[in-house]
Design a protein around this ligand. Sequence first.
Ligand code: GLN
Length: 447
Amino acid sequence: QYFLTEIKRQQPTSNAFITVDEQGSLNAAAAADAQIANDQGGALTGIPMAHKDVFCTNNVLTTCGSRMLENFVAPYDATVVHNLQTAGMVCLGKTNMDEFAMGSSNENSAFGPVANPWHPDHVPGGSSGGSAAAVGSGQIPVATGTDTGGSIRQPAAFCGITGLKPTYGRVSRYGMVAFASSLDQGGLFAHTAQDIALVLGSMAGFDPKDSTSTPRNDEWLTQIAQQGIPQLAPNLKIGLPTEYFQAMTDTDHLDEVRRILQQLGHTCIDVALPNTQMAIPAYYVVAGAEASTNLSRYDGVRFGHRCENPESLEDLYQRSRSEGFGEEVKRRILTGTYALSVGYFDAYYLQAQKIRRLISNDFSNVFRQVDLLLTPTAPGPAFAAGALKQDPVAMYQQDKFTVPASLAGLPALSMPCGFKQGLPLGAQLIGPAYREDLMNWEAVIGL
Ligand code: GLN
């Protein structure tokens, strides 16, 4: 009741939600109460949460931030939705997002932009801007998100909270509307890494319905609800990649973290990730190419928006897609189709895949020397609404510190880390595959 009231109070200015499921959540809360009364509740029973509107929810609208799916009600639950429901969590609604998760500012949503909780004229980040703003403004204690190139970490940084993109394959993509399938990964927003770990324990795990989900069940993860967060090795070796720091004009907040880490007995080492600057171009080729094929299913025939009175099949496809998709989605479909077309495939897609391998190799090399990497999450704090909207390439550059871990499939977490001009800043921890257990940042920085 408390969070439903908070959502209603803040929605007119925040616009963090696309759907609020009042009746469904009250029913689920009553069921959770009954379970707790019978002593059958688990660690998460009755905890309110919200899903990014990219996760299919049985009987509740799933729009993906698009006109194309504005009336789409999925006939089933995504595995993530099912898992958290089974753990007893109560879903209060679906959060706003950039259309089909394409964007870094939440200004590409067909349902309007979302306000940054610290400053209403600034963006909350994207694409999971609704989830980040909802948690950052106290409308919900925890929310899901998806991260293809930074869509959990960058909005977490802009809203002053914690966001985790798990290792690719850790969380099932079944029922998560696809953007770029080799990069998409579900994850979480909360105030602390400990809260995230607790929910991740129920959300993650092998799913036979997702062929890229990993068949491993790390004990630390499955036992979090009973045994808590694992202890950290006391003396971590933490790498600071030179390429990331050189790309920043001001690293005061990270210098402070470095000082704290050393004081606590961790070792900080400067390391090199030489292929970093090729990450953005490679990402936007791979992500666009995969998006162009994934989004071909929205043809006005099977599901999604259909235009009125089509004159022919061609007209049906053309008008349904022209009316249903927004500008950024069209840009990705066009550039992606171009990159995959005969004669250009070798020059763009194949090259991008080779760069992806080089970037992965950079990470494998540094993780022979260090346990974790510390980097900025984004080039600066949340920018003003409208500032980058007319300049897609400048918008894409916002992702330069988050995209490399996505290309390599590695887990990465953004933690709150100081302020600049009254707006929060984030720092990113990147770890080796399946080592989310090292990202308990409260323990790492001694809180
Ligand atoms: N901002 C990036 C993009 O627009 C990342 C999006 C995401 O992670 N879903 O593609």
